[in-house]
Design a protein around this ligand. Structure first.
Ligand code: ZN
Length: 680
């Protein structure tokens, strides 16, 4: 599973609920340019690799080889997203290289926006909505550009001449009837046949079901992930799997991945890790899903400093949730930040025992979940350029049950989001005073990290149900109530002296920063994600609205949170942080009671009163203020370049270079890491 909610990321980056590396040195790198491009509804950021030089040569070499492997699967992602994505990408890139006409025109600019969007989404469908998007240039203008691209090597498929190719490819790009949606979810349609993704061809949803039902073993306690690494097609009337394997589909790219993994194996940190890498190679060579499971079991147990994800893993791109897109994330442990998560986890019992809830609802024995914090060194496949901010793998339920899973937070990525947002004006727009802005700029990143740690490592796992209470008692209100409970746990403890005692921070200003961000977000700024006229639906948003709204109302008599209006703009100001903390504790007391007793009526009332409705006037105002800032809702990243220093045929060091040109990186990848034919 990935934590990839782009809108969440957007909100986090705007509102600084997000994270940093916890590394003061990195924070001073204010002259580093975080955002390097902006087009359509997207922006391109850069991330840094802090502590790179804390790795020894062998570890650097290992990261380098794994990074090369990560880049070799890029074409697979394009092809998986849509059968003709590679043809389209190569056509656009040929025009980009050869077009001899005037490049200082609006048409050219629009052409470039389309090309960048295709790169950004790994294809012609929006990476988030999965709807097909179109160029802002007309079809005629585009044909003219192709004609003025003498010497272009067009990615024709067999039997085509230029004219038939040109007709065909422009139709693929411009015709709204062709492949309108990558992942169709609408009930009532054949979601397999109606989805443009390339996991199935010539088969219906029923044929897919029949095929896998026939081979799925009954009563299997450790089932393989059926269908994970193949395309299902019909050949001569027969349904069969085309496997992603060294001598099968995507073989040329897989061969390159294997080549680099074999090099990585020679510099593994230890024998255990080497065993894992070798198992992964074996899987790529055989396509055997049992081997894939064996590999994942090894991977879960691998605690080496350098770590990586590489394979066909997430199934969000398949309407049936069975077939996986290829992805890679190469990383190493952020030792300092991981220590923070461990500290919290190790003190789980103290937090539970002091929680402001009815003692009957406390857990006598509580175990914190400890998450690893990582530094990303390279992103590939479906994780590039839009990346998750956290991963929890493997996905196989039985491996999670029997062997556990690894939960990681990518802190240099969230740090980059955070830094990029500092200069975007959102804080200045929505904070009442410069002091508020200053406190968030100084502490917001750490505060956001700690909130996440407390929420994830402790909040969700705290408390217990009364005997006889069903875990389903809160029904459709259970998600927002559960998120609110975990948030309240985090908010309550954020301002506890214990945090200072444990060395998690040195000043309660960190807590103040989090309180002010949270309240502003819950009462006001998260409304930018709501379409006018709609209500709040998403669970995390409801949770924030509930907590902030309840505290505002219940603190009114003492003016704990004050609504201010200046020059027609609304602000919410916290007058008393300690009283706000008391309110958080009170609401947590009630929230835990609702959960422990399964009090559906009380839970429903809280959600419906505070967490659903939107004040239309405030909503309009917030949208207007936000739109003036002209922020891009989606972000992607370019990769740092890892460059080996080679002396006498041996790697003596690996240098990190931070490129600043998105187009260059994309063209470079298309030249150096493109191994698949036009049609696969
Ligand atoms: Zn949660």
């Amino acid at each position: 599973m990935v934590h990839r909610n782009n809108l969440l990321i957007l909100i986090m980056s705007i509102l600084l609920l997000s994270c940093n590396t916890g590394n003061k040195e990195e924070k001073s790198s204010s002259d580093f340019q975080w955002q390097i491009d902006r087009f359509g509804d997207a922006k391109i950021l850069r991330y840094q690799i802090p502590a790179w030089d804390s790795l020894n040569l062998q570890q650097k070499e290992l990261v380098y080889y794994l990074s090369q492997a990560a880049l070799c699967g890029r074409d697979i992602t394009f092809d998986q997203n849509y059968k003709h994505n590679l043809v389209i990408r190569r056509t656009l890139e040929a025009v980009y290289e050869k077009y001899s006409g005037d490049r200082n025109t609006a048409d050219w600019e629009n052409f470039m926006i389309y090309l960048k969007r295709v790169w950004f989404s790994n294809g012609i469908h929006h990476h988030y909505s999965t709807d097909k998007f179109f160029p802002e240039v007309s079809r005629d203008v585009f044909v003219g550009m192709m004609q003025k691209s003498a010497g272009a090597e067009w990615p024709m498929v067999e039997g085509q001449d230029y004219n038939t190719f040109m007709e065909w490819v422009t139709d693929l790009i411009f015709n709204p009837e062709i492949a309108p949606k990558r992942v169709m979810q609408d009930e009532g349609s054949d979601i397999v046949a109606a989805s443009a993704c390339n996991y199935y061809e010539g088969v219906t949803e029923k044929e897919v079901d029949d095929f896998y039902n026939a081979i799925r073993k009954k009563e299997d306690n450790t089932p393989i992930s059926y269908g994970l690494n193949s395309k299902l097609i019909k050949e001569n009337g027969k349904v069969l799997e085309k496997k992603y394997v060294l001598d099968g589909m995507y073989g040329p790219a897989i061969a390159q991945i294997v080549y680099w993994l074999e090099k990585a194996s020679t510099v593994a940190e230890n024998d255990y890790q080497k065993q894992g890498i070798d198992k992964l190679i074996e899987y790529y060579k055989t396509g055997d899903l049992k081997t894939w499971d064996d590999y994942n079991v090894l991977w879960v147990g691998d605690n080496s400093l350098v770590d990586f994800v590489n394979g066909f893993i997430e199934v969000y791109g398949d309407p049936l949730g069975m077939k996986a897109s290829w992805e890679s994330v190469v990383n190493f442990k952020d030792v300092i930040a991981t220590r923070r998560a461990i500290t919290i986890s190790e003190n789980a019992q103290w937090f539970e025992d002091h929680s402001p809830i009815d003692p009957r609802f406390r857990k006598p024995q509580v175990k914190g979940v400890s998450a690893k914090v990582i530094t990303v060194a390279q992103l590939g496949g479906d994780c590039y350029p839009t990346t998750p901010i956290g991963i929890n793998l493997p996905n196989a339920d039985w491996i999670r049950r029997d062997h556990g899973s690894k939960s990681v937070t990518m802190e240099n990525i969230t740090y980059a989001y955070d830094q990029a947002s500092l200069g975007n004006g959102a804080l200045e727009e929505f904070c009442y005073s410069p002091e508020e802005v200053a406190i968030i700029k100084e502490h917001g990143a750490l505060a956001g990290n700690l909130h996440t740690d407390l929420h994830e490592c402790l909040g969700h796992g705290s408390g217990q149900l009364l005997p006889g209470t069903s875990s389903e008692a809160l029904k459709n209100y259970s998600s927002p109530l559960e998120e609110a409970r975990a948030d309240l746990f985090a908010l309550y403890y954020m301002m506890d002296q214990k945090m200072i005692e444990l060395g998690l921070f040195t000043t309660l200003d960190v807590a103040k920063s989090e309180y002010s961000s949270y309240i502003r977000n819950g009462l006001m700024t998260q409304l930018v994600r709501i379409v006018p006229g709609k209500t709040i639906e998403q669970a995390h948003m409801r949770s924030r609205a509930l907590i902030a709204g309840w505290c505002y109302e219940n603190g009114r008599a003492e003016n704990v949170i004050e609504k201010m209006v200046r020059d027609g703009k609304t602000y919410f100001v916290i007058n008393d942080y300690n009283k706000l903390r008391t309110l958080f504790g009170k609401l947590l007391f009630e929230m835990q009671r609702i959960k422990s007793e399964g009090d559906y009526t009380a839970g429903k009332l809280l959600v419906e009163t505070y967490a659903v409705k939107v004040d239309p006037a405030l909503h309009t105002e917030v949208l207007e203020r936000y739109n003036k800032l002209n922020l891009a809702p989606y972000s992607g990243f370019i990769n740092p370049v890892l460059e080996p220093v080679i002396v006498d045929g041996k790697i003596t060091d690996v240098k990190v270079i931070y490129p600043d040109n998105y187009t260059e990186q994309m063209m470079n990848y298309s030249k150096k890491f493109s191994f698949l034919p036009n049609l696969n």
